[in-house]
Design a binder for this molecule. Sequence first.
Ligand SMILES: [Fe+2]
Length: 318
Amino acid sequence: MPGPPQQKVVTAMLQQITGNFHFVERGWLSANHFVYNGRRRMLIDTGYQTHLGQTLDLIRQTGLDPRSVDLIVSTHGHCDHVGGNRFIQELSGCEIAMHAIDRRFIEARDDYHTWWSYYDQQADFFPVHRSLADGENIDLDDLTLEVLHVPGHAAGQIALYCPKFRFLIAADALWQGDFGVLTPAVDGPAAPLLQQSTLDRLAALPLAVIYPGHGPVIRDSRLAIDRCRRRIERFLAEPAAMARDQVKKIILYALLMKEGCHEADFFPYLMTTPWYPQTVDLFFPQRYRELYDDVMAELVRRNLVIRSGQRLAAALRA
Ligand SMILES: [Fe+2]
């Protein structure tokens, strides 16, 4: 009789932000987490659903028992940030807090504006107990986090700024020289303009350290923000470049979700999704196969996708 499925080992890195506050760097399928283990025990973002086992292990490694979480803060409602919400809420009885816009999507069971159905992603709805508004403070034992509404990548996305230690938990508003994919077809044509305003706002903060939603800690915040600003300026000037970036990022994400795919099945799969034909038609009318071949050749050339035998796999940490 076969045993239980082997849990895949997913590498992650733990770092202390302050005495009670830990940064858990994940990969690209699961977003980074933050664990605060003081009088109040708080978790920020909970990864992708299929990684729940690793997520719970990593929380325990920071010294926090997932059963004793008091509060989950979700930076936004995308699948790679809320995958553990339902399970951990049921396990601990904790409250879940997020911005009122993404809260609305979750409470309305709207899996289109959370992107889950649009991009064919796995996630579960969960209860939300509190809304977090721009300018509100989350008071912890030795520090305060200020809520910043940072729309663009998601309408209800928040970042958290700590004035005392000058660090920013940036979610997908800001990574090292890049930011989370923009989806104007779902979030509206203002999405890139909102992302630009978000970057302007973050650039005005006296930042010492940025903890992004994906990728490693950013110590040169000026360089990272300048690169992002140049990128959004290019996307505003050339929307087709933004659409191509979207296709590349979501193809990589789909390969991570599927843990690779038989090459012959992947293009037909993309054509069954809501997002792929629609995105192609907006900027490259009906050139579905041509754009796919072109983007895939670039991803393979840049070693972001590995082609081995008949299979394609993303070469990114999951
Ligand atoms: Fe996101």
